[in-house]
Each structure stands twice: as structure tokens, then as C-alpha cells.
Design a protein around this ligand. Structure first.
Ligand SMILES: [Zn+2]
Ligand SMILES: [Zn+2]
Length: 288
């Protein structure tokens, strides 16, 4: 049975108090019901990492990352590489990120973003973990830092890709993967679909980036890992491959990038059937 991986979710940032998002096991069960069985949970600060490590303890199918996000600089005002490096003591921590540049929301901190990004790429060389890069309206600086800091030698992914085909080409040329969120399903996202057309299947990853960016047809609700299935269904149609083929190849990409072997998760003996969002579509086996 092919697996689906949510290769970028923020499990420590989801709201578990509301009825729909009541507990991590229920959230995982809903994901399993949709064929989504493996997760890479991202921390944007050291504190978020500590929270997610505690939350996901004991789940071998939940991998983790840590890095200082360009929009969270204030939360680690005197950034030290050691603080991030210490997160790699856990076997489940397989990636450094998300790191990068965001001039859409914080153009005023450009200089500091560049400094922290460059230092974290350098850290990637030391801890030997692939990079998860966030780049928003910062294409030129992102590419030039990736080049000057030899990111090619570490590898990684540019996540939630919304930039141009030219940027995608440059990223692929450096050996990086490109990851797509539910944005690919949005009506107004022709530019993202141009890139989707261009990126070869063996360099593509799928993600929710939850709690944000729920795909069509659940746009606007809090996103969760199960919904990577909607994006999978959409992208498999768009790329003209079966859902099972897309699941198989993107899982293989994940294994190759992060040097892990995905294994059948422990079954969860709980009910999570009060799931109201088109279960007939989501719960169908991946089409072969
Ligand atoms: Zn991001
Ligand atoms: Zn993210």
C-alpha cells in the first residue's frame, strides 16, 4: 500500500481544543483514514521545537525539524546556532528549517533575515541535515545566499513554492526539491500551476503547511494533515498520474531527501469518524 506523507506541517501550532481538532491521536487517525501516514512537523523556534517534541513523543512516523523562521526573529533575539543545533539530539529530527527570507511580511528586517539565514545554512553543513527553505518575495537574495553558502552540498527543499518557473529551475539546478501546498488548488493560482507543470515528479513533495492554507474544497477552515489528500487528488489529475503513483513517488522522494525508511505506522485503536468533510472522497483508497 502506498503511503502519503505530509512533508511540512506545524503540529504544535494546531488548535486541539475545538471539537474538530480535539487531540493528536484523533488528528492522526483522520489522516490515516485518508491514506496520510507519515508527517514532518516543523518548528520555527527552539520553544516550538520543545513543544512539538513533547507532543509527538513516541510516534516513529512523526519526524521533526527545527530552524529559526524569518518571521520569528524576535522570539530568539540573540540567535545562537547552538540553540538550533541542540534539537538534533533526537533521532526523529531529520531537517533544518524552516529557514529563509520573507520580504512580503517583514521587508524591514531584511538585513537580519539575511544574517540568520546565512548562519543557518552554515549550520546545515555542520549538522548535515537537509534544509527546508521558506522564500517569499525574496527570490534573488534567496538564490544568491544558497549559492554563496553552498547549499547545494547540503540539499533540501524550497517549501510552499509560489515563485516563478525561473526560480524553480535555479532551485532544481542546485539539486533541491520543490514542495507544493493547497495553494496549487486555488482558483487564482495559475502561476503556481505553471511551476507544477514544470517540476518533474521525482523532485516534487506534498505538504499542507497546516494550520494554514487549507486546499479547495475546504479552503478557509483550519488545515490539518488529512487534507494533503485533497492536494494529492488535485495534483495527480493535473500531472496525469494515478493517486497511488503520486503517493509512491513522493514518498520515495521524501525517503531519498531525508535518508529515512518509511514503515507502516502502529494502528490507532480509536474512533475518528465524526469527520464531516467529504469523507467519501477522502476515505477512498488511492486510485491505482
Ligand atoms: Zn514557510
Ligand atoms: Zn511552514
Amino acid at each position: 500500500m502506498p503511503y502519503l506523507v505530509d512533508s511540512h506541517c506545524h503540529l504544535a501550532s494546531l488548535s486541539y481544543e475545538t471539537e474538530a481538532f480535539d487531540s493528536l491521536p484523533k488528528l492522526l487517525k483522520r489522516a490515516y483514514n485518508c491514506g496520510v501516514t507519515h508527517f514532518l512537523s516543523i518548528a520555527c523556534t527552539k520553544d516550538e521545537f520543545i513543544k512539538q517534541e513533547k507532543l509527538t513523543k513516541g510516534y516513529k512516523n512523526i519526524y521533526m525539524s527545527c530552524g529559526l523562521h524569518p518571521l520569528n526573529l524576535d522570539e530568539m533575539p540573540d540567535f545562537k546556532e547552538e540553540d538550533i543545533a541542540s534539537c538534533f539530539g533526537n533521532d526523529r529530527t531529520i531537517a533544518l528549517g524552516e529557514i529563509g527570507l520573507d520580504y512580503h511580511y517583514a521587508p524591514e528586517t531584511r538585513e537580519r533575515q539575511i544574517d540568520v539565514f546565512a548562519r543557518q545554512i552554515a549550520l546545515g553543513h555542520k549538522v548535515k541535515k537537509p534544509l527546508i527553505i521558506h522564500a517569499r518575495e525574496a527570490c534573488n537574495d534567496t538564490l544568491s545566499l544558497m549559492r554563496s553558502e553552498n547549499a547545494r552540498d547540503i540539499g533540501g527543499v524550497v517549501h510552499c513554492f509560489t515563485d516563478t518557473v525561473e526560480m524553480a529551475r535555479a532551485v532544481l539546478d542546485m539539486g533541491f526539491y520543490i514542495s507544493f501546498t493547497g495553494i496549487a488548488t486555488f482558483k487564482a493560482s495559475d502561476n503556481v500551476r505553471e511551476v507544477l507543470k514544470y517540476v518533474p515528479l521525482d523532485r516534487l513533495l506534498l505538504e499542507t503547511d497546516c494550520p494554514y492554507l487549507a486546499p479547495v474544497p475546504v479552503r478557509g477552515v483550519e488545515n490539518e494533515p488529512a487534507f494533503v489528500r485533497y492536494t494529492t487528488n488535485f495534483i495527480s489529475d493535473f500531472k496525469n498520474v494515478s493517486q497511488a503513483q503520486l503517493a509512491t513517488i513522493t514518498s520515495k522522494n521524501f525517503e531519498e531527501l531525508y535518508k529515512v525508511k518509511l514503515q507502516e505506522p502502529e494502528p490507532l485503536d480509536i474512533e475518528a469518524s465524526d469527520y464531516k468533510l467529504k469523507p467519501q472522497v477522502l476515505h477512498a483508497p488511492l486510485s491505482a
